[in-house]
Design a protein around this ligand. Structure first.
Ligand SMILES: *Cc1c(COP(=O)(O)O)cnc(C)c1O
Ligand SMILES: [Zn+2]
Length: 376
């Protein structure tokens, strides 16, 4: 199994996590055909870099694609890929499951990640499920409340004091020495797991556009590789246009893209309600930038107000997502897509993960004696 650096082209036969040049590596394209099967893992069996450990699956993937009214006002056919129904409420579970299948097979006794939100919960949950120890490195500012949803699964939560950005690289280095397999945001197996989103969409629809909330760039790269593999294997006739969506208050990839920069630079003073996509120095930023340019794709950023509005609109469809996950729908207003275009927005994670900042609906107070009036 060969890994290749998408930036400098160097190849590796052993499963390294990053290239010597500092960029992320990725598996070469897979060849194969789809089968009939219950799970996305079985149907696309040829396309994974390691055998999925199905006995430890929690049912990640195979999420609903919901036709939404919210596209009507823009003259497009909008579909929502509802990743909030994954076992720990976000798409991260797809990548976590596949990467942990590898860690188990490779004989690791412990896994880790650097995250305070969805990925932390996902790795903590799956580590327990797989019978592995978990070392979850969180930032000093992470609230106790948020960490409950991580520590409840039994993984060891370690609050690290110091530069959180450096932690990503330190964890990979030390993890390798100490036998802890770190499954960070753009781990090569994690990215392969995200391909399932593209596979499932293609099973149901021939989309024209995919809107992808983007932080580290792992999700974007995974969905892109999924569609590219389908195309290269002759399973779809064209690759949809992928749009990376970022929060205005932290949009390093869009900034580099629009300014024609060759590399993504650290975004100074990031500030947004979309905490799940607020990585100021995305480890896969340059790889995403390259994809955007190579395929003529796009990058759009949306303000916190626009995100909040989209979050409320999605709730009118019965879907409660976290701010990061509403960015795709928020972007719809800025994109001016062609009439009748088929658009998929990926709802990456649940609103329950960010209850504190969620928009509130109406609550009516009612004395029992006056209930009749309240029900009118
Ligand atoms: C992780 C995450 C993203 C962004 O994924 P990256 O791979 O970091 O680009 C978007 N939305 C939610 C809810 C997430 O948890
Ligand atoms: Zn390289």
């Amino acid at each position: 199994m060969k890994l290749r650096c998408p930036i400098c082209g160097k190849t590796y036969d052993e499963p390294v996590q990053r290239c010597e040049c500092g960029e992320p590596v990725e598996f070469e394209l897979f060849e194969g055909e789809p089968y009939i099967g219950k799970s996305v893992w079985e149907r696309f069996w040829d396309f994974w870099p390691v055998e999925p450990a199905l006995e430890f699956s929690l049912g990640e993937g195979d999420t609903p694609l919901v036709k939404s009214r919210l596209g009507d006002g823009f003259g497009v056919k909008l579909y929502l890929k509802n990743e909030t129904v994954n076992p720990t409420w976000s798409f991260k579970d797809r990548g976590t499951f596949l990467a942990m299948s590898y860690a188990l097979k490779a004989g690791y006794k412990a896994v880790g990640t650097v995250s305070t939100g969805n990925m932390a919960a996902s790795v903590s949950a799956y580590a327990s499920r797989f019978g592995l120890k978990a070392k979850i490195l969180v930032s000093e500012s992470a609230s106790d409340e948020k960490l409950k949803a991580v520590s409840v699964y039994g993984g060891e939560v370690i609050r690290v004091f110091g530069d959180y950005g450096r932690l990503y690289f330190e964890s990979l280095k030390l993890g390798e020495k100490l036998g802890v397999y770190f499954i960070n945001s753009d781990n090569p197996f994690r990215i392969e797991g995200y391909k399932g989103i593209a596979f499932e969409i293609a099973e149901e629809l021939t989309p024209d556009y995919i809107l992808i909330p983007t932080s580290s760039g792992g999700l974007f790269r995974g969905v892109a590789k999924g569609f590219i593999e389908l195309y290269e294997n002759g399973l779809i006739d064209s690759i949809p246009k992928l749009i990376a969506v970022q929060a205005k208050g932290c949009s390093p990839i869009c900034k580099a893209f629009l300014e024609g920069k060759e590399k993504v630079e650290r975004f100074e003073n990031p500030e947004t309600i979309a905490k799940a996509i607020a990585n100021p120095y995305p480890p896969s930023g340059n790889a995403v930038l390259r994809l955007l340019r190579e395929f003529g794709w796009g990058c759009v950023s949306v303000s916190d107000d626009e995100i909040r509005k989209a979050q409320t609109e999605l709730a009118t469809e019965g879907l409660f997502v976290q701010p990061a996950s509403a960015t795709g729908v928020a972007a719809l207003k800025k994109l001016n897509l062609p009439e009748g275009a088929k658009v998929v927005s990926i709802l990456t994670g649940s609103g329950l993960r960010a209850l504190k900042d969620a928009p509130a609906g109406k609550i009516t107070e009612c004395p029992l004696e006056g209930l009749k009036n309240c029900l009118r």
